[in-house]
Structures are given as C-alpha cells and as structure tokens.
Design a protein around this ligand. Structure first.
Ligand SMILES: [Zn+2]
Length: 414
C-alpha cells in the first residue's frame, strides 16, 4: 500500500460529514489537483464521542460509494500506541504510531554506542543536498540525539511489527508521529531519527515531527514564519537525503499535524512542496465540527438555539473541557463573551468562522468550542438529529471550508 504524493487528513467527530468532506476533495480533483482523503479519529475522540473505530471505516466507505469516488482513500488510526492499536486493527489501513511520550527516556549505553558508531560518517560535517550550509555535528551531539529518541523509535518498531503481524507488510501505511511533545525537532535531529527508524526496519511513509512554533487547535500559527519556512524546507531536504542514504520508501513525506487553519504557514508550505516537488500529508484538526456549529447557527431557529446552548454549557465547563488540551490551546477567558442570547446566527457564525480579516472573529470563542465537542456528544440524538435536519446548510459550510481555506491554499495555488 503506497500513499499518494498529496493527502489530507480529515476528522469528523460525529461521522455525519464524510460526503461533504469528500466533495471538497472531489472538487479539487475535477480541477486537476489530486489529493487523497484520509479519515482520522483518535482513541481520545472515540472515548469522548462514545464511538468505535469501525464507525470511521463505515463512514468513509459510505461517502466513497455515495460520490462514486474511484480514487484511493484511507482510514487512519490516529495517534495509536501499544495500548490502543488493537482497537483499530480491522478498520484502519493507515496507522499514526505515536511515540511522543517515549521521547527523552534514556537509551542503554550499548544502544547509544552502537548507533553512534553506525552513523560515524555523519559526524563532523553533515552535508545535505539542497541545504546551502552544512551542519556541524559532534559525537556528543549524536549521543544526545540517541538518548533523546532511540527509545521512542524502538517503541515505534515494536508497534509497527505488531501491526505488520496482523495486516502484513503491504496492508497499511505506517506513520511515526512525534508532534505531541514540548520541544520541536531540528532538521539534524530529524535526520538521525530517520536513521534510527530505518535501523528499526519500519518502512515509514509519513513522519510527523514537531515543528518550531505553536500549533494551537483550529487557529492560526503562532511563531516565526520565516524560521518555520526555513526549517520546513530543510526537513524536506533531510527526508530526500535520508531516503537515499538509509533506503527508506521513496514516497516518504512530511505529515503536518493540527495543520488546519495555520494560514500564515500555508504559503511557505506550498512554496516548499512546489520547489522540491515533495509530497505532503496535511492533517486538519477536527475543525469540521466547528463548521457544523456554524451551519446550525446560520440555519436559525432551533439550530441557532442549540449552537448557543452548546456555547453556554462549554463556558460553564471551561476548566474540564480545556484541561486535556493545555498544550495546544491558548484561551484568554476575559475575551470570551458571557451572554450571547441576543446574537443572530450571522453574529455567531462570524465569531466562530476562521476569517482573521473579519472584525467579529474571536479566536478565544473558537478555541473553546473546538475542544467542546464532548458537550455535543453528551446531547446524543438531540445533536445528531439537528445535524440531519440542517444537513444542507451544514454540508455547504463543511465543503466550503475544506475547499476554499485548506485545499486551495496548500495544494492548488499556482
Ligand atoms: Zn498529532
């Protein structure tokens, strides 16, 4: 199974927007831009919405059938570990092997020594094609990298082999995810991580490093855009070189997580993949659920009341909802509106929709609602029935969002 050059991860917390999501991708295809859809949902999201991994497979299959999509598509076991992987075994054919928690666990002295010896030739001056300046590396530095990452890569190998045992080597796309950690990985670190991954025998097709800067859920990038652009290009060059040096799969590419809505870095990302003719997996961060709220609000009447109710409850449960997402949200509670009873549907939509040029847009409001999907999940059929009832206006927003704000900017602009 070989993942195509361009792919987009789409999340759908309530499994109602698969068709609208695929429609956006089909529209890009009809304009000559091939991007394959990857439906993803993590164990944490399944717990919060009380769903099972098989439901994502079902949704994807149904969307594909409804739209007569004849291209590839995948179902991603998002951020799995040894404890959760089995739940996804039957329904997934893409596995994001998350080993971020093992980063920084010291490796054994023997392992470190073996790794450093094996990579002796990259110590001193490390020249990588397409990176203007060579990197200076030392033995101590490579030992440090080994101590930082070898254990995590070992664990990835263990999980990989477990999946391979069940599905066969060609039965799935393996990704290694290291994004959910505090410290970004530099291009040099990425190079040695890939050396370790190759050693471990993982035929990795996508890698999700932690990039420099802050990737808050569903809102814009916070950080130095130029620095990001430089490192992103270096990461691409590192991958191309590592493929050659370590015999990793030819289609290995970067996976950008929480990628949705990082509009300020879309341009450098787009430029870099064009410049190097490189592939990309862009994983969006569950913003489809926010488009459902926007659609409900714009529908007015009961739809708008429900959207307001979800916000009111979320505000009351602020601490509980935001707690687990501390590393990926920044909300100033003073900027959250207290009372929104008199708001029109348009006002609600304008506050929530990610249009930084709009004066009413409120990123605090947006981030709170982003992590508040649990509130809607607890409403059960009340929420799901509303999704059915207002399907048309919701689907329009879901499709428009993915097509206009993401696909077009990353994969399509000339
Ligand atoms: Zn991630």
């Amino acid at each position: 199974m070989q993942l195509e050059k361009y792919s987009m991860g789409i999340g759908d917390r309530f499994a109602h927007q698969g068709r609208a999501q695929l429609q956006a991708i089909a529209r890009a295809k009809s304009e000559g831009f091939d991007v394959v859809p990857v439906w993803n949902k993590s164990h944490r999201e399944h717990l919060a919405t009380q769903s099972v991994p098989g439901s994502v497979r079902k949704e994807a299959d149904q969307a594909v059938q409804a739209l007569s999509w004849d291209g590839s598509y995948y179902v991603d076991a998002d951020h799995i570990g040894l404890q959760t992987v089995d739940l996804f075994m039957d329904s997934s054919d893409f596995f994001s092997i998350d080993v971020a928690d093992a980063i920084g666990q010291r490796a054994s002295e023997d392992d470190v020594k073996a790794f450093v010896d094996q990579n002796e030739r990259y110590i001193g001056t490390l020249e990588i094609p397409n990176i203007a300046e060579a990197f200076e590396t030392s033995r101590e530095q490579v030992e440090g990298i080994a101590n930082q990452f070898l254990r995590a890569v070992r664990q990835a190998g263990q999980i990989y082999r477990h999946i391979e045992g069940a599905k066969g080597r060609d039965g799935f796309v393996p990704e290694v995810s290291m994004d959910e950690t505090d410290t970004p990985q530099t291009p040099v670190e990425l190079f040695f991580i890939l050396a370790a991954i190759a050693n471990e025998g993982i035929p990795i097709q996508t890698i999700a490093p932690k990039f420099t800067g802050r990737f808050n859920k569903g809102v814009n990038y916070v950080g130095d855009v130029d620095q990001f652009g430089k490192e992103f290009e270096e990461d691409i060059a590192v991958i191309a070189y590592a493929v050659q040096e370590f015999g990793l799969p030819e289609n290995l590419k970067l996976s950008v997580h929480s990628g949705s809505d990082k509009f300020s870095i879309y341009e450098p990302i787009h430029r870099a993949i064009q410049k190097f003719d490189a592939g990309l997996h862009l994983k969006t961060a569950g913003t489809t659920w926010l488009e459902e709220l926007i659609g409900l609000a714009l529908a007015g009447g009961d739809g708008l009341s429900l959207a307001k109710e979800i916000y009111r409850v979320s505000l009351d449960r602020f601490e509980e909802l935001c707690g687990p997402y501390g590393a990926v949200i920044d909300i100033d509670s003073d900027c959250l509106p207290d009372v929104i009873d008199s708001w029109s549907g348009e006002a609600f939509a304008a506050a929530l929709r990610h249009d930084p040029s709009c004066a009413q847009y409120n990123p605090h409001f947006r981030q709170l609602l982003h992590v508040a999907y649990k509130v809607a999940a607890e409403m059960g059929d009340r929420y799901l029935d509303a999704l059915d009832r207002f399907e048309t206006v919701i689907a329009e927003n879901v499709m428009e969002n993915i097509y206009e704000r993401h696909l077009k900017r990353i994969f399509m602009v000339g």
